[in-house]
Design a protein around this ligand. Structure first.
Ligand code: GDP
Length: 297
C-alpha cells in the first residue's frame, strides 16, 4: 500500500536539506507527488493539472517557517487550496424552502442512494428545522421503491403520499402538490424514478415533473464511490434538467473522495450534503475541510 499523501510529501522534503525559501525545484518535486495522489483519489486529469498549477504558483518562493518542516508547509498549502476549490455555498445545508409548500425534487440514477437520502433529508428538515414534510415516490416502474419510501417515512415519522396504482409521475406530482397545500406542509419532496443509465425517457419524465411543480431545489444524488462517473452524471443531469446541488453518498466507504474535488471544479454546482451510511441519521452538511483532509490522507 502507498503511504498517504501527507507522509509522501513530508518524505520528499525530508530528503532535501535546503533552508530558507521553497525553491521551484522543491515545489515541482512535491507537486509531482500531489498529482499522482490526486489521480489515485480519482480526481480527473484536467482538474488535477489545474489544481497543481494553482498550488505551484502559491508555494514557489514562500519563506519556510521555522516552526514547521517544508513538507508540512506544502501539505498546508495543498490543503488550503483544496478547501478553496471545494468551497461553494456559505451554508450548503441551508435549502431554499421558504414560501410553503416548497417542492424539492430528488433526482439520480438507480442505486445511487436517492430514496435513502430523501428519507434522511426529510428527517433532518423535520428535526433540525421543525418543518412539516411530505414525501412522495414517483417511481411508477418499481412498486418496491414506493413501498421503501413509505417504510422510511414511518421510520422517521414523516408523512408519505398515499400510493395510488396506475398514476403517472406527473399525476403523482400534482397530487403531492395539492396535498401539501391543503395539508399545510412546509416542504414536499419528490423522489423521482432512477434508472441504471441516463436516457431520454428518464430525462423527459424529470423535465415534465419539474415543469409541473417548479422545484425550489433539485438535488442530484450520486454515489461518491463512482469517482469521475459521478461527475459525468452530474454534468448530464445539470445540462438536461438543471440541478441546484449535489448529495454525495457512500462517503463512509473506502473511496478517497476525489469525486468531490472534480464535482465542484467541473460542474460548478455546490455539494450540499454527504451520506455517511445506511442509517437515517447518516447525513451531514458538506464540509470542505473534512474532504480535503480525506483526500490528503
Ligand atoms: P436508489 O435506488 O437511488 O433510491 O437507492 P437506495 O436509496 O435504495 O440505496 C441503495 C443502497 O445504498 C441501499 O442499500 C442503501 O442503504 C445504501 N446507501 C444509501 N446511501 C448510503 C450511504 O451514504 N452509505 C452507505 N454505506 N450506503 C448507502
Amino acid at each position: 500500500m502507498f503511504e498517504n499523501l501527507s507522509e509522501r510529501l513530508s518524505g520528499v522534503f525530508d530528503r532535501l536539506t535546503k533552508q530558507g525559501a521553497l525553491s521551484e525545484e522543491d515545489v515541482k518535486t512535491a507537486l509531482r507527488e500531489v498529482r499522482v495522489a490526486l489521480l489515485e483519489a480519482d480526481v480527473s486529469l484536467p482538474v488535477a493539472r489545474e489544481f497543481v498549477k494553482k498550488v505551484q504558483d502559491q508555494a514557489t518562493g514562500q519563506a519556510v517557517t521555522k516552526s514547521i518542516t517544508p513538507g508540512q508547509q506544502v501539505v498546508k498549502i495543498v490543503h488550503d487550496a483544496m478547501v478553496d476549490t471545494l468551497r461553494g455555498e456559505e451554508d450548503p445545508g441551508a435549502l431554499k424552502i421558504d414560501n410553503p409548500p416548497a417542492p424539492i425534487l430528488m433526482v439520480g440514477l438507480q442505486g445511487s442512494g436517492k430514496t435513502t437520502t430523501t428519507g434522511k433529508l426529510a428527517k433532518r428538515l423535520k428535526e433540525k428545522e421543525g418543518k412539516k414534510v411530505l414525501m412522495a415516490s414517483l417511481d411508477v416502474y418499481r412498486p418496491a421503491a414506493m413501498d421503501q419510501l413509505a417504510v422510511l417515512g414511518t421510520q422517521v415519522g414523516v408523512d408519505t403520499l398515499p400510493i395510488v396504482p396506475g398514476q403517472s409521475p406527473v399525476d403523482i406530482a400534482k397530487r403531492a402538490k395539492q396535498q401539501a397545500t391543503l395539508g399545510g406542509y412546509d416542504v414536499y419532496m419528490l423522489d423521482t424514478a432512477g434508472r441504471l443509465h441516463i436516457d431520454e425517457v428518464l430525462m423527459n419524465e424529470v423535465e415534465q415533473v419539474r415543469n409541473v411543480v417548479d422545484p425550489r431545489e433539485t438535488l442530484l444524488v450520486v454515489d461518491g464511490l463512482t469517482g469521475q462517473v459521478a461527475v459525468e452524471v452530474a454534468e448530464e443531469f445539470d445540462a438536461k434538467v438543471g440541478i441546484s446541488g449535489v448529495v454525495l453518498t457512500r462517503m463512509d466507504g473506502d473511496g478517497r473522495g476525489g469525486a468531490a474535488l472534480s464535482m465542484r471544479a467541473v460542474t460548478g454546482k455546490p455539494i450540499r450534503f454527504v451520506g455517511l451510511g445506511e442509517k437515517m441519521d447518516a447525513l451531514e452538511t458538506f464540509e470542505p475541510d473534512r474532504i480535503a483532509g480525506r483526500i490528503l490522507g
